[in-house]
Design a protein around this ligand. Structure first.
Ligand SMILES: Cc1cc2nc3c(=O)[nH]c(=O)nc-3n(C[C@H](O)[C@H](O)[C@H](O)COP(=O)(O)OP(=O)(O)OC[C@H]3O[C@@H](n4cnc5c(N)ncnc54)[C@H](O)[C@@H]3O)c2cc1C
Length: 483
């Protein structure tokens, strides 16, 4: 390299040096597969740390939207949110113009070659395929809804609600066909949120669930409270009933959901049968998949394959209480993992600390929340457990609108370590789960928890908040059970 000319001023020499550094700078290319929570959090975070001359970012999304809130779909369908675009946090053009992230919607990645470090991408509108080279690859392909493998499940009028496109199809069907009866298949949280949406739209709602309770992530007696509430709201529950098929008319539109107990008439059906990590693309490329079917990553979100990263619903993580590998499809986790992948891709260091499976939902007025392990799950994980349930009120009993709340708390026998909590109640109940989650995160005992200095005034809680009453009751049981 030629020496810097001597006869120039220091400022000129410094700007020439900077130009030369730029010329020799290596620009890496990051390819992101999946343009929602995990993928675009990672892309944005990496961009904050590295400019376009250091890191070129190319994101492929097979749908039309980026950074959309799938979590809002049931409320949009239920009519609580007016416009679809309210659910889009950042449109592709904003990524392109404001962050120099080259987002290509309508582009599906159909193959990964980890040896050659290329991806094959299909332009869905043009029907053409092209190869793109990468230095780093982030797989953020999300989860895919489980479809019961029964005849007719792909019939017209049977809808998943995973993307905004799916949500739009449900709304179109409601507008065009004026359905009177909806069958929701599966009573996980998406199923019960969709049951509420259909009820709000004025349909007769039937919910078919293979388990004996809705919300099978709750212990049975807590699930029963949810079932009772749903029935009181006018929903028809068919619990312990498996779907065997979908009956259609000559136009191939759904007419009924066939179950072991007979056929339920249906003008529309919605799938709420849960999801699994959508890791197929990675698996085909021999990127290791874990026991939960999520892509294996270390705590920095790196896969075992050089240059490969994964985050969000498609990735496996670990449960901080059971210490087991898990894949839990939640936006909370996807956003955090995306941010962490982005920090690492941007040259910083960050590690994902695992999950507790903390989740809240509601069906009409009934709020539901959980964190950590339920009694059954804790036993299955090998803990000796003590569990207690309390009933209280969300405000001082004499204050207007004090509503009932039930809390089940699970602790380890002998040590009193908190293992998990579940809450079912009305307004003001569910978010109390965050106190339990924080205690669990810090591996507190129920004795620690019951002395925490929580706030009190009659409009917000009784003087002994139901959280403290729950901790006190299970602490008593731990003491009575001895070592
Ligand atoms: C109805 C509903 C309600 C929900 N409610 C909540 C809630 O209340 N709280 C909560 O925490 N979570 C909720 N979730 C879950 C939450 O939405 C997800 O956990 C979160 O969106 C996961 O983000 P992700 O980026 O990992 O995956 P996704 O959001 O699924 O995004 C993955 C993206 O990858 C794209 N993609 C997949 N394969 C390819 C490919 N080969 N090429 C190109 N693009 C591809 C997909 O089109 C998709 O846009 C809800 C989900 C649904 C469906």
């Amino acid at each position: 390299m030629a020496p810097l000319p001597r006869a120039t001023s220091a400022t000129e020499r410094s700007s020439t040096a900077r130009r030369r550094i730029q010329e020799y700078q290596v620009t890496e290319r990051l390819i992101v597969i999946g343009g929602d929570a995990a993928g675009m959090s990672a892309a944005s975070q990496a961009r904050r740390l590295k400019g376009p001359d250091e890191l070129e970012i190319l994101a492929f999304e097979r749908g039309r939207f980026t950074s959309y809130a799938a979590c809002g779909i049931p409320y949009w369908i239920g009519g609580l949110i007016g416009e679809r675009d309210e659910l889009v946090a950042r449109a592709p053009e904003v990524f392109r113009e404001k962050q120099s992230i080259d987002v290509r919607t309508g582009h599906e990645v159909v193959g990964i070659d980890t040896g050659a470090r290329t991806v094959t991408v299909r332009d869905l509108a043009a029907g053409e395929e092209a190869e793109h080279a990468y230095d780093q690859l982030l797989v953020a392909t999300g989860a895919t809804p489980l479809r019961p493998p029964v005849p007719g499940i792909d019939a017209d009028g049977v809808f998943g609600v995973q993307t905004l496109e799916h949500g739009q199809k449900v709304l179109d069907a409601l507008a065009d066909r004026d359905p009177q009866r909806a069958v929701v298949i599966g009573a996980g949280y998406i199923g019960i949120e969709m049951a509420e949406a259909m009820l709000l739209r004025g349909l007769e709602v039937h919910v078919v669930e293979m388990a004996d309770q809705p919300m099978s992530t709750l212990d049975p007696e807590m699930g029963d409270l949810v079932a009772d509430a749903m029935r009181r709201m006018g929903m028809h529950l068919h619990l312990g009933v498996a779907v065997e098929g979908i009956a259609t008319g000559e136009d191939e539109w759904i007419r009924g959901v066939v179950t072991a107990d007979g056929t339920l008439e249906a003008d529309i059906a919605v799938l709420g049968t849960g999801t699994r990590p959508f890791s197929d693309l990675a698996a085909d490329a021999e990127i290791p998949i874990g026991p939960s079917r999520g892509i294996v990553t270390d705590r920095r979100q790196r896969t075992p394959v050089d240059g490969g990263w994964a985050a969000g619903d498609c990735a496996e993580t670990f449960h901080r209480v059971s210490r087991s590998p898990v894949s839990i499809a939640l936006g909370t986790i996807a956003n955090k993992q995306g941010r962490i992948a982005g920090l690492n891709l941007g040259g910083s260091y960050s590690a994902f600390p695992g999950v507790l499976g903390t989740a809240v939902t509601k069906v009409c007025e009934m709020e539901i929340a959980r964190t950590g392990l339920g009694e059954t799950a804790a036993q299955a994980a090998g803990f000796e457990v003590v569990a207690e349930t309390i009933k209280g009120t969300t405000r001082a009993h004499y204050y207007p609108d004090a509503t009932p709340i039930t809390i089940k708390t699970v602790a380890e026998r002998g040590t009193g370590r908190l293992l998990g909590a579940q809450i079912v109640g009305r307004e003001g109940a569910a978010k109390r789960i965050d106190v339990f989650a924080t205690a669990l995160w810090n591996e507190m005992t129920v004795d620690d928890l019951l002395n925490v200095d929580l706030s009190y005034a009659p409009p917000f809680s009784p003087v002994w908040d139901p959280i403290l009453i729950a901790a006190r009751k299970v602490d008593g049981a731990v003491r009575a059970a001895g070592l």
